[in-house]
Design a protein around this ligand. Structure first.
Ligand code: DGJ
Length: 364
């Protein structure tokens, strides 16, 4: 008779500790879905529609070999994630830019308020070409659940100069030829980069576009921010009102500073760009820029990260800033290049200091 209450208490304590575990997703650990598998959605983003969170990301092969495409996980509480499968699949058709063997990175999905369509933009590298293609792709779906239909892949803003390039700037840019600069990182090469040598080189075929994100402003206008010009310079590209193309209006940010992993938030009228340096899959120190207008001028700030491991962005690389009301979550990947599917996720709150500058601190 006396044993029963004793074991009940033990069971109760066990139950409480399990419940406590389930109420946490510690950053940098394995985050399991309904099947007990790590959430295989990397470099992506989260949107909130109705009572559901939709998390899209790179689905990396768990067994090696070509990537399946873009995955979707859903949740009602941001804690219990349900694997909904692949919503944009790589295909067998060898004439299609997203044929199996291609690389799809940093997919982002947003709802277009003008069309009520869900639009996906992603970085695309063609099969067998390494990272040379530097393209981006468009896909869409009438529902956040997908599936998404692939529409096209291209390099942005073909034939267009940056908005702030006057006649004399165009002439200067055209005056440099990459073949005359065999060595990178010399003062004359740096000057040529700043003056738009690679913009001029890629003018006809479109600008390179690798790491990328989408930002939707308060007025419903959307922008793609991408690593362009050999990853040396960021471009902010305005999207058309249906978010399925480019208007051709764009500016360059931080020419020659080598930024990847762009993420963007707006707080109290100021735009904050949080990026990384370019060190492949290895982590590096985050960078930050601010501007009062999306078109700049952009000012550089120290990294927003504070505390231990701030110098390596907590061993991660940002992929998106999820916003709900006045709360912002910095989403990052702790890349495991030998097994990308298992790369842990790091989600941390972004707070603002007394001057309104974003701060990211580690939270267990
Ligand atoms: C860093 C980028 O941010 C990733 O998305 C990926 O492209 C790797 N480089 C590849 O080395």
């Amino acid at each position: 008779m006396l044993r029963f209450p004793f074991f009940s208490v033990i069971l109760l304590l066990l139950g409480l500790s399990l419940a406590a575990q389930e109420s946490l997703l510690p950053p940098g650990t394995v985050w399991t879905d309904q099947n007990g598998l790590h959430v295989n959605a990397h470099g992506g983003n989260v949107i909130h529609v109705g009572d559901t969170y939709y998390w899209y990301g790179e689905s990396r092969s768990r067994v090696g070999g070509p990537m399946p495409g873009v995955s979707l996980y859903t949740s009602k509480d941001m804690l219990h994630w349900h694997d909904c499968g692949i919503v944009l699949s790589t295909v067998a058709d060898t004439a299609c830019p997203i044929q199996r063997g291609c690389v799809i990175e940093r997919p982002k999905v947003v709802r277009c308020p003008h069309t009520d369509n869900y639009v996906m933009l992603f970085h695309l590298e063609l099969k067998g070409k390494g990272y040379a293609a530097a393209m981006m792709g468009f896909a869409d779906s009438p529902s956040p659940e997908g599936p998404f239909t692939f529409r096209r892949a291209l390099r942005p803003t073909a034939g267009k100069w940056p908005m702030d390039f006057k006649r004399k700037d165009r002439k200067l840019a055209r005056g440099h030829r990459p073949e005359d600069y065999k060595d990178w990182w010399t003062p004359s090469w740096e000057k040529a980069v700043r003056e738009g040598m690679y913009v001029a080189r890629d003018l006809k075929g479109g600008q390179m576009s690798r790491d990328q994100t989408i930002f939707v402003d308060d007025d419903g206008k959307a922008y793609q921010i991408s690593s362009s010009e050999e990853n040396l310079t960021l471009h902010i590209n305005e999207l058309t009102s249906d978010y399925m193309g480019f208007t051709g209006r764009y500016v360059r940010v931080a020419p020659g500073e080598m930024n990847e992993a762009p993420t963007l938030l707006k707080h109290n009228g100021t735009y904050w760009l949080i990026t990384s340096g370019c060190t492949g899959w290895a982590p590096n120190e985050a960078r930050m820029y601010s501007a009062k207008s999306i078109w700049g001028p952009w000012t550089r700030h120290p990294s927003p990260c504070r505390g231990p491991k701030a110098k390596t962005t907590f061993d991660g690389q940002g992929n998106y800033i999820f916003r709900q009301g006045q709360r912002f979550i910095f989403m990052a990947d702790r890349w495991q290049p030998k097994k990308l599917s298992e790369s842990p996720h790091i989600w941390l709150p972004i707070t603002f200091d007394a001057e309104g500058v974003p701060v990211i601190e580690w939270k267990d």
